[in-house]
Design a protein around this ligand. Sequence first.
Ligand SMILES: [Zn+2]
Length: 235
Amino acid sequence: MVVVDLSKLRNFQERDLLQLSLGQQIEAVPRDIAGVVAKIASERSAIETAKAEWIGLEAKKKTLETEIKSAEGQVAKYRTQQLEVRKNDEYRALTHEIETVEATIDSYEEEELKILYAIDEAKKRFVEAEAVLKGNISGHEARIAALGLRLTELEKENAAAVAALEQARAEVPETQLRLYERLARSPGRPVCVAVHHSRCDGCHMKVSANVEFEARKGENITTCDQCGRIVYWQL
Ligand SMILES: [Zn+2]
């Protein structure tokens, strides 16, 4: 009885899986960096938003102050006119004008109070947003630097893994390699798995008694009757 030797294939698979995992880790690094960069951008943008809000409110306040000053000028003008009028109805008309403008001034002042309150709130948000970035920025930058170093390391590891993979590939019998490559596409890696307690380690389904028997015998390449992966016997 000749037992089929899967050791080269299993060795190749081990390296294949390692290289695949390294490739995925390498791909993840730029995404992770982009995530940190986006976080910094969003923290900066929170500062800019709060600042713009604050500046906008200050401008509103200034406009209102100008309006109030001009209305007060108007009132003063009416009062001077009152000193000069001789008729009662003219005097009363001016009093009415003064009251109207003063009511407007009141509403302006009320509005100004609201704006002053809003300015305080905007300032607070601005200071808080600045504190968030200030508190996080060195962490963010350290993370980006660490990710950069990790990428360099991973690329080094990957280059070694690719070389090892190619070396291992050359040792695998051609028929096994072809089967491996087909199964790697579908159902997918791992391709060569153990069957124990009657279950396939790839799909975790119960294999037929015949598959189990054949795997145990090991005379031929046996595949799982559920998923098609190459199976080998394991206690
Ligand atoms: Zn299976």
